[in-house]
Design a protein around this ligand. Structure first.
Ligand code: ZN
Length: 150
């Protein structure tokens, strides 16, 4: 059986962990009913992926799908070891638009962040826009919600 987690990261990749992280965690647990949750602060930029929910990635300009090996090459060039990721601009092969990896359209959503808050999800769907708005209010930040399957 796979493990499902609902995760939130800041929409702005440079945002530090807010002081309200613990309240975000508690509220997320209330929404998921999960028995396992955590606040993780990496202190550097990491890729917060969707696990088995990673299906494809597309250009935010023209929505063309990006070949996965092209994306992997960008991931390698943006990875700076001990420092984590640096988000450089890459030229999209489809339309030439300069875009960072965080701005790509991931299906399902994923992103880059210095921290995340997650809770195990037993049997519900992704966070609704209203729930995300509620968590954003606690965080004082725009958030990106990720549904992870491992
Ligand atoms: Zn494009």
């Amino acid at each position: 059986m796979s493990d499902h987690f609902l995760v939130v990261i800041p929409a702005g990749p440079d945002e530090d962990l807010p002081e309200t992280a613990e309240s975000i965690r508690e509220t997320l647990v209330g929404m998921t009913g999960g028995d396992e949750s955590r606040v993780k602060d990496y202190g550097k930029l990491q890729f917060i992926d969707a696990g088995e929910n990673f299906e494809r990635v597309a250009c935010p300009g023209c929505r063309d799908e990006i070949p996965i090996n092209t994306w992997q090459g960008w991931m390698e060039s943006d990875w700076h070891g001990e420092e984590g990721f640096h988000l450089h601009e890459h030229e999209m092969p489809c339309c030439g638009r300069a875009t960072t990896l965080n701005e790509l359209v991931y299906h399902f959503p994923q992103g880059f962040a210095r921290w995340f808050v997650s809770a195990r999800n037993a049997n519900r769907g992704p966070l609704t826009p209203d729930e995300i708005a509620q968590l954003e209010q606690i965080a004082g930040l725009k958030l990106r919600a990720i549904a992870q399957i491992y």
